[in-house]
Design a protein around this ligand. Sequence first.
Ligand code: ASP
Length: 283
Amino acid sequence: MAQPAIIIHGGFFSESSQSNEIKIAKQEALSKIVKDAYQFLQNHTALEAVVYAVELLENDPLFNAGTGSQIQSDGRIRMSASLMDGITKKFSGVINIENVRNPIRVAEKLMPYDDTVLGGEGALMFARENGFEYYDPTIPQRIKEYEAKKKSQALGTVGCVALDVHGNLAAATSTGGKGFEIPGRISDSATTAGNFCDENCGVSCTGVGEDIVRVALATKIVTRVSDGQTIQQSFKRSFDELKPFEGFAGAIAIDKNGNIFHQDSFPTMVFASFDGSEMLVFN
Ligand code: ASP
């Protein structure tokens, strides 16, 4: 029996455009969700637990995923989410889906199919056929930001990595994107650059998707751990690759031994982790 462990993130916090009150609210939300999801993980698989945690994060309008997603340049919200199972190495995701409450649940529904990543219209059709009802994820704050043509700069994508009692890992990530992007732009969050997991390590990323894709961040971190590097070495080496072009990214991880790790190229990623004894919350 392994000691379960979990880490969640809520993207980046912007010191310049977000108040201290929002920071405290995010700390409280992340502490509550990590405890709740850890409890859930006691008698569920890592795969079930990461979906559970990401759903809670998507439902919290403080974060840029599900309810509270950022608005794109044409005034619409398109969301992306993905899920990866460390044992089966199955990856499923939805890209640029509109008008559903929980994109991560649609990704979960897709996992048993042969076609596991769907985009745009097709993703929405699949969701409706599978009972996901119409839901508008727009919140007034995002409309205000959009009308002021101002990005919230929150980059508040959410993610979770968990290790369950059987020693299995899973990773999940969900985003409303960068805000003001050209319609059709693909985020890293529903690709293996932004969310990756095998039997040795799981990673979820946040930050500028284009930067994350350039170094295939999540896949590289996991692969280096699987090839024998420690989680610290792997993070250092992978984040070094972002430096030549000042890439902006953050990542959370757990390895098969229950080591929890996080790093960011700009130290304001918000996260919380719990391994049954020590709870860490960003400050
Ligand atoms: N990675 C996301 C994207 O580029 C944004 C974020 O992490 O907040 O779509």
